[in-house]
Ligand binder design. Structure first.
Ligand SMILES: Cc1cc2nc3c(=O)[nH]c(=O)nc-3n(C[C@H](O)[C@H](O)[C@H](O)COP(=O)(O)OP(=O)(O)OC[C@H]3O[C@@H](n4cnc5c(N)ncnc54)[C@H](O)[C@@H]3O)c2cc1C
Length: 409
């Protein structure tokens, strides 16, 4: 017999977004807040990321990932949030959520469900890297899980990617006694913070190879090397390595959202949302890396709080779906968040986030031919996400045409 319970809010995913949204809802006096997490412990990705750099935006200090995760879990449980681990949300339909856990299947009927299922790196199969299929090719997430489980890592690693997480992987490998023989990116530079390449070269001893791609992985049983190609000259060379770490290239963990029929955003591949996390279905919200892969944990945590505040304010009435005008981007912008602009959803301090494939200096937002706002971009590096003050969209006409966002060099 399937038990049916009725909490007020069910949050799927106990990462920084879900835990912070839950804690904020409790602070605002909302009862019956349940967080479900498919892992056996809560905390999301930071749980596996044992280095400094977490909590800067939300807790105003730098902590290691596991300490940060523990502090978010403690905060939520101290406020009375019911955090249930080893429980997977498998289906959302007609206002109910099906949960599969150690006790079997349970169906809950919350007033609102918040999806905060995060993002994951695309595996090798999705990246179409030719070559042999020997062991030793993994994503950063898999590398972290191996390290947590004390399983041996390789001795010589090539890291594909040069964003924050790539440097995190380099740190982990060095810490475990492996050498990083190359960090390879197709972009003209790294996509991390200023000075990352210096830290990479001097401290991590990980040479950065820009405008370079991996064209082959060699090694039938175990990786023995990779073939790298300089993109401008097409010159190739082999580098000996026993490990290849695929970092970046994120895809939202969007399975549940897609299967529940939410309108999806082709830019981000997460559910289409407004800045308050409202989706195409009135009883379902979505936030964090599920809707913009990927931002820092602190950014996701602040977004979780914001989403909770917007939800708590509207919970007395019936929550409504996102209705604002659509935001489209023009190349070289890869994606922008949020994909729906609704002046009632965007407080002036909310930022748009976008990712471009070239260096960009200015962003212009237009509705039809009318310029809504122009903003100068700082750190407009390709592949790195940028922020635009929400005020540029303050004059959006909610009944008007779609809005476009483009950048100029
Ligand atoms: C290697 C690496 C290094 C990083 N370094 C930093 C750093 O130094 N500083 C920083 O601020 N950020 C860093 N980040 C980014 C940060 O970890 C993420 O931005 C943050 O964890 C995103 O939070 P989230 O809650 O949206 O998603 P996640 O943390 O991914 O949490 C989502 C949770 O949802 C659960 N889930 C998914 N589907 C279901 C389901 N159907 N049912 C139940 N549960 C489900 C998952 O198991 C997961 O626990 C790093 C990330 C990586 C990978």
């Amino acid at each position: 017999m399937v038990e049916v319970t009725e909490p007020t809010v069910v949050i799927v995913g106990a990462g920084p977004t879900g835990l912070s949204a839950a804690a904020e809802l409790r602070r605002l006096g909302v009862h019956g807040v349940v967080v479900v997490e498919r892992d056996k412990e809560p905390g999301g990705i930071p749980r596996f990321t044992d280095h400094q750099g977490f909590g800067i935006q939300d807790l105003r200090r730098s902590m290691t990932g596991p300490r940060y995760a523990t502090s978010l879990v403690r905060q939520a449980t101290a406020l009375g949030v019911d955090v249930r681990c080893a429980v997977t949300a498998t289906k959302l339909a007609d206002g109910s959520v099906e949960l599969a856990g150690p006790a079997g299947i349970e169906v809950v009927r919350p007033r609102v469900t918040i999806l905060a299922t995060g993002a994951r790196e695309r595996p090798r199969s999705a990246r179409l890297i030719p070559g042999d299929r020997g062991a030793g090719v993994m994503t950063t997430g898999q590398l972290q899980q191996r390290a947590m489980a004390d399983r041996p890592l390789g001795r010589r690693a090539v890291i594909v990617g040069a964003e924050h997480v790539s440097y995190s992987a380099a740190m982990l490998l060095r810490h475990q006694g492996a050498s990083v023989v190359a960090m390879v990116t197709e972009q003209p530079g790294h996509q991390s913070v200023a000075g990352a390449d210096i830290v990479g070269r001097m401290w991590l001893k990980a040479p950065l190879m820009t405008a370079t791609k991996v064209v082959e992985i060699i090694g039938r049983r175990r990786v023995e090397g990779v073939v790298l190609e300089e993109m401008s000259t097409k010159r190739r060379r082999r580098v000996d390595a026993d490990t290849v770490v695929l970092s970046g290239d994120w895809i939202p963990d969007n399975e549940l959202a897609r299967r529940s029929g939410l309108e999806m955003d082709p830019m981000t591949r997460g559910p289409l949302v407004d800045a308050s996390g409202r989706t195409s279905t009135s009883s379902i919200l979505a936030g964090g890396n599920l809707v913009h892969p990927v931002e820092t944990a602190g950014t996701c945590s602040l977004e979780g709080r914001l989403l909770a505040r917007a939800l708590a304010a509207g919970l007395a009435d019936d929550p409504r779906s996102a209705t604002g005008v659509r935001l489209h981007v023009r190349a070289p912008v890869a994606w922008a968040w949020p994909g729906r602009l609704d002046p009632t959803a965007v407080p002036p301090h909310v930022l748009f986030q976008l990712s471009t494939t070239t260096t960009a200096r200015h962003a212009v937002m237009r509705q039809g031919t009318r310029v809504l706002g122009t903003t100068r971009l700082r750190h407009g590096r390709p592949g790195r996400s940028l922020r635009i003050p929400g005020t540029v969209a303050a004059s959006v006409d909610p009944g008007g045409e779609d809005v476009t966002l483009e950048v100029e060099s």
